[in-house]
Design a protein around this ligand. Structure first.
Ligand SMILES: [Zn+2]
Length: 63
C-alpha cells in the first residue's frame, strides 16, 4: 500500500500560485507564500465573546 504523506492532512490551494500545498504546511513550497494561521486568533475571539456575554449577563442580573 502506498502512503501519501499529503493525504493524511489533505491539501489546500495556494492563493498566490494555485498549486496544491499540504494542509499541515503554512508555507507554499513552490512560491513561498505564507498562509495566515487563523486558529489562535479565532480562539482568542471566542474567549473575548464569552467574556462579553458573561459581562452582559451580569449587567442584566444587577439591573
Ligand atoms: Zn504558491
Amino acid at each position: 500500500m502506498k502512503i501519501d504523506p499529503a493525504r493524511d492532512f489533505g491539501t489546500r490551494e495556494c492563493p498566490a500560485c494555485a498549486c496544491d500545498v499540504p494542509a499541515n504546511s503554512n508555507r507554499c513550497p513552490i512560491c513561498g507564500y505564507l498562509f495566515p494561521n487563523p486558529s489562535p486568533a479565532r480562539r482568542r475571539f471566542k474567549i473575548a465573546a464569552a467574556l462579553i456575554m458573561l459581562a452582559l449577563l451580569l449587567a442584566l442580573l444587577l439591573l
